[in-house]
Every structure is written in C-alpha cells, then in structure tokens.
Design a protein around this ligand. Structure first.
Ligand code: ADP
Ligand code: MG
Length: 290
C-alpha cells in the first residue's frame, strides 16, 4: 500500500517534465503563431498604406491616347501611337526602348515642348494639348526643369550665369538670382567652379551645372533625356545619385535611358516603348521597397 501511494520520485518528476515540456511547446507554438500573425498584420498594413498612398498620390502629368505623326513631304512618320502614360507626383519614371521607338518624342510631349497630333496631355489637371507656344513656354519655365544628353550649356556664359539665366524669364532680381544660383551650384558640389566656362569643365561637371540650372525656378518636375549618355559609368552614377536625391526630396523625375540596369536601380516605374507604342509598364523594386 505504502509503496503504492508513494510513487517513485523519478516517475513524478518525469510526468512534470513532460507536462512542462508540453506546456512550453504549446506556448511557444502560440507565441510563434502570434509572431507570424503580427508579421502578417504588419505586412498587410504596409500593403494597405502603400495602396492608399499610391491612390491618393496626385497625378501631375497624364498622356491619354496620345499620337504624334510627323509629316515628311507626303509620308506620315508615326513617332507615337495611342500612348497612355500616367505620372504621379514624386514618381521616378524611366522611358526605355530602342533607337527610334519614340522616347524623345514622348519626352517632348511630357515636357510640353511639342503638341500631339491626337490625344490629351494634362499638366497638373490642365489640358495643354492645344495651348499656344508662348503659354506653353510660361508653363514649362515654372513647372519643368530640363536636362539633356549634350548638357546644352551656353558656352560664352560662366557656370553661375548659366544657372542664373532661367530666373531672368521669371522676373527674379539680380541679387536673388545670384544668391540662388550659388546655392544650387553648392548643392551639386560645384561652388568653386562658379566662374568657370563650360569649356573649362569636365563632362560630369557640365551635367551637374545643367542640373543646377534645371533647378533654378524650383520646378516640381525634372525631365532628363539620356542624362548620362555622354558620361563614363562613374560620372554617370554620380549624376544618377543626384537625381535620386532630388527624387527623395519630392521632385518628380522622368528620364530617358538605354540602360536597363540604371533604370531598374533608380526608377520606380519603367515604360518600355517600341515603334511608338507602350509595350510594357514595369514597377521596379525601388517602388516595392517603399
Ligand atoms: P527615340 O528617341 O526613341 O530614338 P524619337 O522620338 O526621336 O525616337 O523618334 C521616333 C520616330 O519619329 C523616328 O522614326 C524618328 O525618325 C521620327 N522623328 C522624330 N522626330 C522627327 C521630326 N522632327 N521629323 C520627322 N520625323 C521625326
Ligand atoms: Mg531620342
């Protein structure tokens, strides 16, 4: 009897250990479940907040069913055909495609440098497809900064004067123009080159002056047609870094490039063009990371 009522301590301890082990196992599973649940909730929240952010992000440029046909004598050259492009504030868009696919024509439409043969182009909600040249010029001067493959600096003006130039057309006083131009040159790391002429600068430096000039009137949108096309890869990467920094500060960037790797690294959206048509719209990992 006594022996029956007093089980061996090893048996009791074994049962307890088993219980404790089971409890531990059970709680750790509940804990794991809880962790994976919170992880799911966090990812769901991130997806939802990105979705809300994307949907309330303002559309600043929209091309709807845009075609551009150049007339060469009797021959029609269709450079763009029924193109739809939507650009949201803060986006970094790359236009890619083989030579002759309509990238520059598309860029000219987006930047209101030219008008389409057909379709609607809205800039900040305003249809600009039928505006006259002088109205377009005023709009461009305020809202868009341009960067070109060949830099397009004025050769007989210093870096400082090149950056000051676009502000003249917006009626900024000389004192303010100079102060702002010096600040912009500082921003692109060229404050010591202010008095240099383009011929005294390297390609990378000229492109940085061109970026400072594009920022002169503090536009919300920067258009860059092959901005690294004339630069070696190191200088090209520096220019892309500057553009990405501007994008991080809220500027909308639209860039033409041949370089898929460059586009995937820096852009958020890539429009692939072929024979004047958009054949694919790609969202890059830079957007998904956000
Ligand atoms: P990409 O920049 O992709 O090389 P473009 O937009 O410059 O292509 O050109 C698209 C097509 O339109 C090409 O076939 C080109 O020859 C033609 N094109 C472009 N500009 C003009 C123009 N001003 N006059 C006539 N044809 C043009
Ligand atoms: Mg081109």
């Amino acid at each position: 009897m006594i022996i029956d009522r007093i089980p061996t301590s090893g048996f009791v301890d074994g049962k307890k250990e088993l219980m404790i082990f089971r409890l531990f196992f059970c709680y750790s599973n509940i804990f794991k479940l809880f962790l994976s649940f919170t992880h799911e909730v966090v990812s769901l929240r991130r997806i939802l907040s990105n979705f809300i952010k994307e949907s309330i992000m303002e559309t600043i440029i929209e091309l709807s069913n845009v075609s551009k046909i150049y007339k060469m004598g009797d021959v029609d050259v269709p450079a763009l055909q029924h193109v739809d492009i939507v650009i949201k504030r803060g986006d970094f868009v790359a236009l890619m495609g083989p030579s002759g696919s309509g990238k520059s024509t598309g860029m000219n439409m987006i930047g209101s440098l030219d008008i389409p043969t057909e379709g609607v182009i809205s800039l900040a909600g305003q249809n600009i497809a039928h505006l006259g040249e002088s109205a377009l010029a005023v709009l461009r001067g305020k809202k868009i900064g341009f960067i070109f493959q060949g830099f397009n600096l004025i050769t007989n003006l210093t870096a400082l004067d090149n950056v000051m130039l676009p502000m003249i057309f917006q009626g900024v006083s000389k004192y303010d123009r100079e102060e702002r131009a010096r600040n912009l040159l500082k921003k692109v790391g060229l404050e010591k080159r202010a008095d240099h002429y383009p011929s005294q600068l390297s390609g990378g430096e000229m492109q940085r002056v061109a970026i400072a000039r594009a920022l002169a009137n503090d536009p919300g949108v920067i258009l860059a047609d092959e901005p690294t096309g004339n630069l070696d890869s190191k200088r090209g990467e520096e220019i892309m870094h500057l553009l990405q920094e501007l994008n991080n500060q809220g500027k909308t960037i639209i860039m033409v490039t041949h370089d898929q790797l460059l586009a995937e690294k820096h852009a958020k959206t890539i429009y692939h063009l072929k024979d004047g048509e958009v054949i694919n719209v790609q969202q890059t990992s830079r957007r998904k990371k956000k």
